[in-house]
Design a protein around this ligand. Structure first.
Ligand SMILES: CC(C)(COP(=O)(O)OP(=O)(O)OC[C@H]1O[C@@H](n2cnc3c(N)ncnc32)[C@H](O)[C@@H]1OP(=O)(O)O)[C@@H](O)C(=O)NCCC(=O)NCCS
Length: 178
């Protein structure tokens, strides 16, 4: 999916493409997650499997042919109308220009045909950038963003922040918003 360049601000002279991931993107996803120093870096094997098995519910963003960000998600097996977004990351030099929220928007656009009506994600309490990005996505669609507790810190072995569940509903496509 080519995104209109007018949607972005300071990176508008560059070529931006938001598309389904391919196997070759797995290594870049792993590196971006690792560089973020915020995300739990999954194994490189996990990102490769994600590219192989869940490309329909994931996205990568390329700037001038380089992978600059990714979203990985899946539809919940028991609730196929719910898209769970596991990780979103934008490489540091490309942050703050709308790439994160536009990848999510593009993913909602693509998954609309699968009957997705809600988006879920989890966010640790010390991640205001992530909260702001999902709040911006909800605002675009005029949807509610609600927060509940999902996993408390003591459920994680080895020390981990709690993870709050954020839900955006109903999700809408750009077409439906016009
Ligand atoms: C969270 C992240 C993906 C945002 O990507 P991004 O491309 O910089 O975000 P966008 O430019 O699309 O911004 C979307 C909205 O979030 C806001 N936002 C982004 N970063 C922010 C920050 N650090 N502080 C406050 N607001 C922020 C933007 O202002 C924008 O809101 P607006 O439309 O009201 O202006 C990026 O900061 C990142 O990769 N962080 C590390 C990994 C991470 O925490 N992922 C999320 C948890 S899975």
């Amino acid at each position: 999916m080519q995104i209109p360049i007018s949607k972005f601000d300071a990176i508008s002279e560059q070529t931006i493409q938001i598309r389904e991931p391919e196997l070759a993107d797995g290594a870049h996803m792993w590196q971006i997650a690792e560089n973020s120093r915020v995300l739990d870096t999954n194994s490189s094997y996990a990102y490769l499997l994600w590219c192989r098995d869940f490309p329909d519910t994931s996205m990568v963003a390329e700037i001038d042919g380089e992978v600059a960000g990714f979203v990985i998600g899946y539809t919940r097996p028991a609730w196929p109308n719910i898209l769970f977004v596991w990780q979103v990351a934008v490489d540091r030099p490309h942050r703050g220009h709308g790439l994160g929220v536009n990848m999510l928007d593009a993913l909602l656009e693509r998954t609309a045909a699968q009957g997705i009506t809600q988006l879920e994600t989890t966010i640790a309490p010390d991640n205001p950038a992530s909260v702001a990005m999902f709040a911006a996505l909800a605002r675009r669609g005029g949807a509610a963003l609600t927060r509940t507790t999902l996993f408390s810190a003591d459920q994680f072995p080895g020390g981990h922040q709690p993870e709050d569940l954020y839900r955006i509903a109903p999700v809408t496509t750009q077409e439906e918003r016009r």
